[in-house]
Design a protein around this ligand. Structure first.
Ligand SMILES: [Zn+2]
Length: 114
């Protein structure tokens, strides 16, 4: 199961992983796939994103940002560093010390001619 998440490097639903396992000839029920994913997430081994279409699981657990393609729905992991000045402004405005952040970005591929 983890192997599939690492191999694809993306964000998959329990159903995607279930189908992948069955395609590999692994006999495992949909419910056990789901329960295993939830327990891996509870133990901080994998990440979990709640999306309109359902929960998605990914292999990274360090703070990172996500870029969602509005055309394909594909989600990519991004490492974005905000400028320190911006973080300081946010800290000044909120009175919090920011320890981590993750951005959710949405966009469309720019066409080659644009
Ligand atoms: Zn991710």
């Amino acid at each position: 199961m983890l192997e599939i998440l690492w191999r694809t490097g993306g964000h998959l639903s329990a159903r995607d992983i279930f189908e992948q396992l069955n395609a590999d000839g692994r006999r495992i029920g949909h419910t056990s796939v789901y329960q295993n994913l939830e327990s891996l997430h509870d133990n901080g081994v994998i990440e979990c994103l709640d999306r309109a279409g359902g929960r998605l699981y990914g292999h990274r657990t360090d703070p990172h940002s996500h870029l969602t393609c509005l055309e394909s729905g594909q989600i990519s992991d991004l490492d974005i560093q905000l400028p320190p000045e911006l973080l300081q402004q946010i800290e000044a405005a909120t009175g919090f010390e920011i320890e981590s952040y993750s951005l959710q970005l949405q966009g469309r591929p720019r066409s080659a001619t644009a």
